[in-house]
Design a protein around this ligand. Structure first.
Ligand code: ACO
Length: 431
């Protein structure tokens, strides 16, 4: 954060107030209003944080107009094309790309933590068999604080580090266990001879009765989905993790809060909602009906997988995943899948429709990730858990950054109160 010596002047009730301006390394200038209430006695109003920076950060940068996403300065398309998920995890956590030795050490540390405490198996069995895997994830990740007492002291940098590695390493195991539980199959232990993505496919699709060979092309596509979802600066779930941890809560509880937020259909739940929408549309001839509904203000229906709060040009993650979707469907020989036909036609229709053009509504990452995951054999209920495990590193990196910041304060927004003013209690017989 650079103090530019620039400032803005606010005129209010005949008084002038100087508001300092900070210049970021990229992105728009930021007006510092921290002293505004103390000096002028007013709050600012910004529900949904459309113009408010909630923190400073050095991790991820998005230029929504350009369709640019950078992690520690590196463009997402380069990372998705040349790097892989665990290297990106290292980059997000520690700020620089690792040397070969650093990467080997990091991968070994993550791999050594892939198993979960055996007693956690009992915890899973407390859930109803048909529980949504996201419900299970919220509960089990929150419960990690009850199993890993030696990594809940956030004032100890070593414990913070161990908690970070545990979360990144165990989330695929927990997500796969939630899936296995929901379909009535036995839990599959992790295999540390496989890489992160291949191991996840193994834990989801292996059964004791049959040999399961992980297809390297599918493992690569899985890794790319993880990489593309790794972090996305101050989105709703990350802000939730930051807000929860601003009170000093333990990292597992904070990440559980982030998972709960991610589950919503306007956020990570959109990939499931998008595929369900494609199934509901069912055939290309019904697309006009759904496009008309999406444009109708009296109908709450929205085209799932379209639009983004920040991207107003293109979602760079969607561009990469579109390519991946073609590769995976080609490999699996299912280019003629009716769902895919609907997806392709819907995409083209929306991209050429003045409503979507005018409002800058483009397919987002969730539009294509659902198509790939469905082709890989995942049920829609697993789409958001996969997003969850991928985003864990983002939450953890942002959490670590926040805790290490000496200026960290408890997050406590103010409000524009529109309720009753003080009034006297009325006894029940007089109401
Ligand atoms: N279909 C139809 N109309 C839409 C859509 C859509 N998917 N998205 C936005 N609009 C319209 C709104 O009705 C609004 O129209 P108006 O100005 O006439 O009132 C305008 O576009 C702006 O939309 P807002 O809701 O104000 O935009 P916001 O930034 O708050 O919402 C969001 C962004 C939540 C992603 C929205 O576009 C949406 O609901 N999309 C569908 C859900 C989805 O795909 N979410 C995934 C996001 S990506 C992620 O989390 C990884």
């Amino acid at each position: 954060m650079t103090d530019t010596k620039k400032s803005a002047t606010l005129s209010l009730n005949g008084e002038s107030y100087e508001l300092p301006i900070f210049s970021p390394t990229a992105g728009p200038d930021v007006l510092d209003i921290r002293k505004l209430y103390g000096q002028a006695g007013v709050f600012t109003y910004d529900p949904g944080f459309t113009s408010t920076a909630s923190c400073d950060s050095t991790i991820t940068f998005i230029d929504g107009d350009k369709g640019e996403l950078l992690h520690r300065g590196y463009p997402i398309d380069q990372l998705a094309g040349k790097s892989h998920y665990l290297e990106v995890c290292y980059l997000l956590l520690y700020g620089e790309l690792p040397t070969a030795a650093q990467l080997e050490d990091f991968e070994a540390r993550v791999t050594r933590h892939t198993m979960v405490h055996e007693q956690m198996h009992n915890f899973f069995r407390g859930f109803r068999r048909d529980a949504h895997p996201m419900a299970t994830l919220v509960g089990v990740v929150g419960a990690m604080s009850a199993f890993y007492h030696d990594s809940t002291d956030i004032s100890d940098p070593w414990q913070r580090e161990v908690a970070s590695i545990r979360l990144i390493a165990k989330l695929p195991t927990i997500a796969a266990m939630a899936y296995k539980y929901s379909i009535g199959q036995p839990f599959v232990y992790p295999r540390n001879d496989l890489d992160y993505a291949a191991n996840f496919l193994h834990m989801c699709f292996s059964v004791p009765a049959e040999q399961y060979e992980v297809n390297p092309i599918l493992a690569r596509a899985m890794d790319r989905i993880f990489t593309l979802h790794a972090d996305h600066e101050q989105n709703a779930s990350t802000s939730t993790v930051r807000l929860a941890s601003s009170s000093g809560a333990n990292p597992f509880a904070c990440v559980a809060a982030g998972i709960a937020c991610l589950w919503g259909p306007a956020h990570g739940g959109a990939n499931q909602a998008c595929l369900e929408m494609l199934k509901e549309i069912g055939s290309v001839d019904r697309i006009p009906e759904y496009i008309a509904r999406a444009k109708d203000k009296s109908d709450p229906f929205r085209l799932m997988g379209f639009g983004h709060r920040v991207y107003k040009n293109t979602d760079p993650r969607a561009t990469v995943l579109k390519q991946s979707a073609d590769e995976v469907l080609d490999l699996l020989g299912i280019e003629d899948n009716p769902l895919l036909q609907v997806a392709k036609e819907l995409e083209q229709t929306a991209l050429n429709d003045p409503y979507f053009i005018e409002k800058k509504l483009f397919p987002n990452v969730d539009f294509y990730s659902g198509i790939i995951l469905e082709a890989m054999g995942f049920p829609t209920s697993m789409f958001t858990p996969i997003f969850t495990l991928s985003r864990t590193v983002g939450w953890v990196s942002q959490w670590k950054e926040m805790i290490a910041d000496p200026q960290n304060k408890i997050g406590r927004p103010r409000q524009l109160y529109l309720g009753e003013t003080a009034r006297d209690y009325i006894d029940i017989e007089n109401r």
